[in-house]
Design a protein around this ligand. Structure first.
Ligand code: EPZ
Length: 416
């Protein structure tokens, strides 16, 4: 069991490169299943969820090789259309493999997916859409069995712009018979990159970047090499770290163009932000000002940065407000921040945060991936030491949060 120890009250200063995007890489890996050949992905993050997805693909007969952030997936032979239970339940993304399996094999077996405990996270939108495309889906306990001799294109409207359901439909539609129109699609940047990768493989997709996608099924795809973009949520995490600790930083490959609403919010809180091609620079020489933030589907404020915003406001000044509209159970960070002396009042999906200027180091627990990272952010502006347990959650999505923050001058280390 490892812990993360943070020694607070040191401003940050430095320049680092942001890892590849977890939430882009995972569906891109699933997309490789659609092609009876090789797919090469560059700038792949070396994180637990990627290793887990590799295990899922290998259990089906794919050959995966990951070296120096370059992942080669040879999906020439797929002999088993079944997601293994342990890995399927280890992360949410496993469910999008179902769409790819139906597209490749005409059948698939999956388990109700796991992942961060941030709400009920049903998959009704996923299964409803796949049924519309002709899949026969049986749900027996936690097992999902799906079959379709060949999926047919369909006219689908999502009642909520679910990222995962959008990805599942795209992966199922690329080799389906005929045209699929998907309305109410999610517009997160990870959807964009998945569509662009598939188009470079030979898929036919229009409306990329909008909430209405048109996909015409094709018979064959081709070998490609494609780059995973920088992780916008990791960028947002480290920008939040500078805002909490004070100082300045330059984050290369930070995907700033995908962080519009976040950067605007940070400017309002007093940060000076500079943008280059794929870099973002931040300077913070005051305590963060309180703001009101409401999370929502892209291009709204991302729910994945809600915990970070809470931590920054907890060490800021004034009374801030957070409304979480995406996941009903995503305020776990508050209870841990209370242990550090934060003043946060939770009422349903709303949180009021009274900025204290700084917190006190304490022993806290990472309840999920992003709330764990938020505790590290808070620890950077806490007197004394903060110890974060259950930090295995954090390593599912952050390649080297301790190394990155140390390279920015933070006093943070991992201890077994
Ligand atoms: C993806 O999760 C991300 N995960 C999440 O990031 C992210 O928070 C989320 O999108 C929203 O942006 C990955 O990409 C691996 P949703 P996903 O389907 O696809 C409800 C992280 O920290 N819903 O858009 O599961 C659902 O309950 C993770 O990296 C249904 O009701 O998100 C939720 O309230 C955490 N029925 C809302 O929609 C469904 O069938 C958004 O879920 C599907 C979703």
């Amino acid at each position: 069991m490892s812990v993360i120890v943070v020694q607070g009250y040191y401003p940050l200063k430095g320049e680092i490169e942001i890892q590849g995007s977890k939430n882009a890489a995972l569906p891109m890996m699933a997309a490789a299943l659609l092609h009876k050949g090789a797919t090469v992905l560059d700038h792949v993050p070396m994180i637990q969820d990627v290793f887990c997805m590799m295990g899922i693909l290998e259990s089906m007969g794919c050959v995966c090789c990951l070296k120096d952030h370059r992942l080669t997936i040879d999906a020439s032979q797929v002999s088993k259309a079944q997601i293994p239970k342990d890995r399927g339940k280890a992360m949410r993304s496993s469910i999008v493999v179902l769409g790819a399996l139906l597209g490749r094999c005409g059948e698939g077996k999956a388990y109700y997916p796991g992942g961060c405990s941030i709400g009920s996270r049903p998959i009704d939108l996923h299964l409803g859409a796949l049924r519309k495309m002709g899949a026969e889906i049986r749900e027996e306990g936690e097992v999902i069995s799906a079959g379709a001799p060949r999926l047919s294109g369909a006219d689908i409207r999502l009642s909520y712009p679910s990222v995962g359901a959008t990805e599942n439909v795209i992966l199922a539609a690329v080799k389906a018979k005929g045209d699929t129109v998907l309305r109410g699609a999610a517009r997160e940047p990870e959807i964009d990159i998945l569509c662009r990768m598939l188009v470079s493989m030979g898929a036919r997709i229009q409306g990329i970047g909008t909430s209405s996608l048109w996909i015409r099924g094709v018979e064959e795809l081709r070998d490609i090499t494609y780059e995973v973009p920088g992780d916008r949520i990791v960028t947002g995490t480290y920008l939040s770290a500078v805002m909490a600790a004070g100082g300045e930083a330059v984050l290369r490959r930070g995907s700033p163009r995908c962080l519009g609403r976040v950067l605007d919010t940070m400017r309002t809180m007093g940060a000076r932000i500079r943008l280059w091609e794929d870099e973002v620079g931040i300077a913070m020489d005051r305590r963060p000002k309180a703001v009101s933030v409401t999370t929502g589907p892209y291009p709204g404020f991302p729910t994945d940065l809600q915990s970070m915003a809470m931590a920054v406001m907890a060490v800021g000044e004034g009374e801030g407000y957070l409304k979480e509209t995406v996941f009903e159970g995503r305020f776990a960070t508050a209870k841990q921040l209370h242990k550090m002396g934060a003043e946060i009042i939770i009422e349903g999906s709303e949180a009021r945060i009274v900025g204290k200027g700084s917190l006190k180091g304490a022993k806290v627990r990472a309840c999920d991936l992003r709330s764990g990272a938020a505790l590290a952010v808070a620890g950077l502006r806490a007197e004394g030491k903060t110890m974060i347990t259950d930090c295995c959650h954090i390593f599912r999505g952050y390649e080297d949060i301790c190394g990155d923050l140390r390279n920015l001058g933070g006093r943070i280390r991992r201890e077994s």
